[in-house]
Design a protein around this ligand. Structure first.
Ligand code: SF4
Ligand code: SF4
Length: 328
């Protein structure tokens, strides 16, 4: 959306092709994570961008539309599309791929019980709960959780599932969710179980300090090894190494939130085949040479939050403009 907006502003006609019914991808599904003040999660920026694009006159949009074929070459591609209204072929000078990312499938970390225990949810589920239901609750019985544990690096920096990279976004989004929860439900205490904290943005240190100063937030440098579940009470116990005592500890929590990392969308392989794209060592799209006229933007080129995706998109828009100028 940002690339299309930037190009349209410089007089290039842009067409947005979206497979889903609505624009914005994952970024348009996040809740506001403000507490006493804005916590700079950029969710509202993504929402605003969708409205700008929808209401702006200069960008054509095709939703629920799939790419089915590609012909031609640099500067003169012919793209085949399919949607509910039929098939069409469109001539374009350049193509920008913004395939987006999926949250890691948390059920692959079987020891945490996602998909088996109702009160183990992902941060994505929590975002949806707060955005769509407007309140925090335990899925098992609807009560407000008194204790919430956030497990970091779920699906990232983890040899056992083959993802060694840091997903960049999950420390910041988890801490922002904790801040928002603590503000709205001061009686709810949170624990943040982590390996390292990945900074995000200019004022992150200040934000992190405010988390450290809150007595209702514990930052525990230890990743849990297992979640135990009582089928009678739906109670959860978490096993981890207590970093202060250096011994194994078990602690009950009402709700567990798995801070899942980012992976390339499952169905991106077909795009890679269509555009002859390569992957980088983390499994995301590697940028093709600029002279091909095919560009990659956003988190499908590697994990990025909304802010960094927008910055990346603006620089890609400049590259596309230079490419188009070079061919005219
Ligand atoms: S916390 Fe996020 S969604 Fe809420 S106002 Fe701030 S940037 Fe916008
Ligand atoms: S951002 Fe934080 S939680 Fe996410 S992978 Fe990196 S270190 Fe782990």
């Amino acid at each position: 959306m940002t690339v299309a907006k930037e190009l349209a502003q410089s007089g290039v006609s842009a067409l947005l092709i979206e497979r889903d019914p609505s624009l914005g991808g994952l970024a348009a599904s996040f809740c506001c994570k403000a507490s006493e003040s804005c916590n700079k999660c950029f969710a509202c920026v993504a929402d605003k961008r969708v409205l700008e694009i929808r209401n702006g006159p200069s960008i054509s949009i095709l939703t629920q539309t799939e790419l089915t074929g590609l012909k031609g070459g640099p500067g003169a591609y012919n793209v085949s599309l399919k949607n509910g209204k039929g098939r069409m072929d469109i001539d374009v000078s350049a193509i920008v791929i913004a395939a987006g990312v999926d949250p890691f499938d948390a059920s692959l970390k079987a020891e945490y019980g996602y998909g088996r225990y109702k009160n183990v949810i992902t941060a994505r589920d929590l975002d949806e709960m707060l955005r769509l239901r407007g309140k925090l609750f335990c899925p098992s019985d609807g009560r407000l959780p008194k204790t919430v544990a956030f497990f970091q690096c779920v699906g990232s920096r983890d040899e056992s599932i083959g993802n060694l990279y840091c997903s960049q976004v999950c420390c910041a989004y988890a801490l922002r969710l904790i801040k928002a929860i603590r503000y709205q439900y001061p009686e709810t205490k949170a624990a943040f179980l982590y390996m390292d904290i990945q900074p995000a943005g200019a004022s992150f240190d200040q934000f992190l300090n405010s988390c450290r100063q809150d007595k209702g937030i514990r930052l525990i440098r230890s990743l849990p090894s297992k979640v135990y579940h009582s089928p009678l009470s739906d109670g959860l116990r978490v096993r981890f190494v207590d970093p202060l005592k250096g011994e194994v500890a078990e602690e009950p929590f009402d709700l567990i939130v798995l801070s899942v990392g980012l992976v390339l969308r499952k169905d991106s392989k077909s795009l890679a085949r269509l555009f002859n794209l390569n992957f980088n060592e983390e499994g995301f799209f590697a940028p093709p040479p600029a002279q091909t006229g095919v560009f990659i933007t956003g988190a499908c080129s590697g994990p990025k939050d909304i802010d960094r995706s927008i910055i990346h998109a603006k620089s890609i828009a400049c590259t596309v403009q230079q490419y188009l100028k070079g061919r005219s």
